[in-house]
Design a protein around this ligand. Structure first.
Ligand SMILES: [Zn+2]
Length: 137
């Protein structure tokens, strides 16, 4: 076990790449179940495998960004998290998005991904995370 000296989280691998939790993020995750927090951590860690990611907690959601935000955790449920990916076109040829909704008055389509288990982030989801991050560059 390795414990990050900055955020005190435990990891199997020494110097595991992850996003350190600052106080704002800790506040945003406060009161959530251990399972939900582990889902969130896993999502961020998966994004970090692809590129540099910053986490921006706001009042109503947690944004994930590179240069600009590329995804939003819109809900931290008891046993799931909802992740929204904004794209400029509709990607409905997949199994990972439960809902696709156009943002009124824009050409932006929000793609909703509900994550119940760490394994829910499969290659299909990784493809869209990668696309979203490329788009935000
Ligand atoms: Zn850390």
């Amino acid at each position: 076990m390795w414990i990050c000296p900055q955020c005190q989280r435990e990891f199997k691998a020494t110097n595991q790449v992850h996003s350190c939790r600052d106080r704002e993020l800790s506040d945003a995750l406060n009161g959530k179940t251990a399972h939900t927090i582990s889902l969130f951590d896993h999502l961020v860690d998966e994004c970090l495998q692809i590129g540099a990611v910053k986490v921006y907690p706001t009042k109503s959601m947690i944004a994930l960004g590179t240069r600009v935000n590329f995804a939003y955790v819109s809900q931290l449920g008891k046993n799931f998290i909802d992740v929204v990916f904004p794209f400029n076109e509709v990607y409905d040829d997949n199994l990972c998005f439960s809902k696709i909704k156009q943002v009124q008055g824009t050409t932006q389509y929000n793609h909703y991904f509900r994550m119940f288990f760490k394994e829910d982030i499969n290659d299909e989801v990784r493809k869209y995370i990668r696309m979203a991050m490329e788009r935000a560059k």
